[in-house]
Ligand binder design. Sequence first.
Ligand code: ADP
Ligand code: MG
Length: 237
Amino acid sequence: PSPVEVYLQKHEVTATGGDVPAPFMTFEDTGFPPEILREIHVAGFTSPTPIQAQTWPIALQNRDIVAIAKTGSGKTLGYLIPAFVHLKRRRNNPQNGPTVLVLAPTRELATQIQDEALKFGRASRVSCTCLYGGAPKVHQLKELERGADIVVATPGRLNDILEMKRIDFRQVSLLVLDEADRMLDMGFEPQIRKIVNEIPPQRQTLMYTATWPKEVRKIAGDLLRNPVQVNIGNVDQ
Ligand code: ADP
Ligand code: MG
């Protein structure tokens, strides 16, 4: 077997969806811009996690992905670093609205994602703001008005702000659904669908989930276009 085959078997990585590129087994393989590699080096990481290794080359091809992996597998940087590359390619003005939208189930998770985006995106000058419920809107709206490349939001609060017409989705070209299974468990499906309806259809969509029940399969089928499905380890169907 080839080194790639050995790697995939060892880490229980499977990817289906046609013409799947080989994983980036090392950070050198990624070809990420030096300012991004520097932040990774500063963090002390020695190699990509298996989900990063297999999803990064697919994401860089602008393809949709549904990734099924347990928590703690490094999914956040799995989508944030391709998002930084995406931002570098687009060079949109954040004053005209976000380019990347990340949906996450809870305030805690959303702020963790924002922290990671600001930390690893610092040298790339990425701006990121957070929208979540259980806190007054006024401060969040003020931050949003200053402009952000990446908006991380819980579906309820984002849908409220969308209905108030206080966010412009016209530049959004990368959509991430993090912990999709938990968002559905929490009853956010109607808000997710209303939000996604307002995003231009020419977008890339990345979906992450720890489990793969039929509700998640259904929404993946509705929101993703020819996705590559990446599994790490055994997944309960
Ligand atoms: P998940 O979203 O899959 O639960 P996270 O993205 O929260 O996982 O990552 C879990 C932890 O692993 C975080 O502390 C993160 O900074 C760290 N991490 C991410 N990528 C790597 C890597 N390549 N090497 C070592 N640690 C990493
Ligand atoms: Mg996560």
